[in-house]
Design a protein around this ligand. Structure first.
Ligand code: PLP
Length: 405
């Protein structure tokens, strides 16, 4: 029989009733404002991870909060059995931004990746020359559903859930000749993260991007850009794949797009979209009025409110600050990223830096074991960067000075 607890402490209740798949820090946040999060007792933390790249407009953004409340009192959800004006408006705005004219809406990044994988195969099936294989990259991360996991590199995520979708080849993203050899006439699609996020904040090199583009042209393989983490203006440009000169046939979006309201999107070129038939795919919640309204507020801020230019400016300021820290802290072996997406590679595990930062009320995280990652809200100001960087440097210094370090 289920034994229930009488405690109301969220940490104790989580430990008892929530599936233990996360290593949560022992902090409970109740409110937020801009780049700050507050505990029940009013302690303020500076948030440079934004819910893993989601709170693009910061917390409790006034225009977003108003729009959500307004939408809740008008209509939240009708399913995809009917039309509503916000999904079509969002699809057309994403088409204008990306050059990919058709969208499928879902609720997360992994679902967007699933849709891209499925419709890559659907495209080849419709051509009458089925191709089932995918090429992905070392250090890739595309999500945790079975399909997305199948194109995710790290065995740590994969092994407990095998067997996964067969036919995936992983290739070194820094090796253009290996890329050229791996992409073949039977490749349905190549899936890239233009800047790998979970794999350690690793931007794709221009010569690798060129090799991918050439191999896709040569073999007809489709190109999927997973822009879930690095896209939607995070680098001060709409999408990092297009900044590399790539022309993806499919794109996966999520995270920042809903600014905290769950939404994902897969975008398609006309020729890939032409293969889709009613009933091929779907999502009960996908693209409902609430999620689309939130995404439209985000896009309005990004494109008309000057947020993309702000990210380019503050991102450059953040980069200068991080490089200055790296020049003083020899434990930092590399600084990688763009805009408001940065990784500091350390010569040691990065977990202790994250804990030392938390003690200083600065929220960052670790990825790929040795990389400290920053994904601040797009709205972060130079003043907040000036506040955060000394805390970050102190956290790094503590770990370097720790006994036995
Ligand atoms: N793709 C990339 C590049 C990601 O970084 C992530 C999440 O971190 C995903 C896909 C999966 O997104 P979600 O967690 O929303 O399913």
């Amino acid at each position: 029989m289920l034994t229930t607890t009488t405690t109301t402490d969220p940490i104790a209740l989580d430990a008892r009733h929530v599936l233990q798949v996360y290593r949560r820090a022992p902090v409970v946040f109740e409110t937020g404002k801009g780049c700050a999060l507050f505990t029940r007792t009013g302690e303020r933390y500076l948030d440079l991870i934004s819910g893993v790249g989601v709170a693009s407009l910061g917390h409790a953004h006034p225009a977003l909060a108003r729009a959500i409340a307004d939408q809740a009192s008008a209509l939240l959800h009708t399913s995809n059995l009917f039309h509503h004006p916000l999904q079509s408006e969002l699809a057309s705005q994403l088409a204008a931004l990306s050059g990919l004219p058709r969208a499928f809406f879902c609720n997360s990044g992994a679902e967007a990746v699933e849709a891209c994988l499925k419709f890559s195969r659907r495209f080849w099936y419709t051509q009458g020359t089925p191709r089932a294989k995918f090429v992905a990259f070392h250090h890739s991360f595309h999500g945790r559903t079975m399909g997305a996991l199948s194109v995710t590199w790290d065995d740590h995520y994969r092994a407990p859930f095998a067997p996964l979708v067969p036919g995936v080849t992983f290739v070194d993203p820094a090796d253009p000749s290996a890329i050229a050899a791996a992409i073949a006439q039977d490749t349905a699609a190549v899936i890239i993260e233009p800047i790998q996020g979970e794999g350690g904040v690793r931007p794709l090199a221009q010569r690798s991007a060129d090799a991918i583009a050439a191999a896709c042209r040569r073999t007809g393989a489709l190109l999927i850009a997973d822009e879930v983490q690095c896209g939607m203006g995070r680098t001060g440009r709409p999408f990092y794949s297009t900044a590399l000169g790539l022309e993806p046939d499919l794109m996966a979006l999520g995270k920042a797009l809903g600014a905290g309201v769950p939404i994902g999107a897969a975008l398609f070129s006309d020729r890939v979209a032409a293969a889709a038939r009613p009933g091929d795919h779907g999502s009960t919640y996908g693209g409902n009025l609430l999620a689309c309204r939130a995404a439209l507020v985000f896009l309005d801020e990004l494109t008309r409110g000057g947020l993309m230019e702000q990210v380019a400016r503050t991102g450059a300021y953040l980069e200068r600050g991080l490089r200055a820290i790296a020049a003083r802290q020899p434990a930092i072996t590399s600084v990688r990223g763009a805009g408001v997406m940065w990784g500091l590679e350390l010569d040691r595990p990065a977990g202790a830096v994250v804990e030392a930062a938390l003690e200083r009320k600065l929220l960052i995280n670790r990825t790929s074991d040795t990389v400290v990652r920053l994904l601040p809200p797009y709205v972060i100001t130079e003043r907040e960067i000036d506040e955060a960087l000394p805390l970050l440097e102190a956290a790094i210094a503590t770990v370097v000075e720790a006994p036995g370090a």
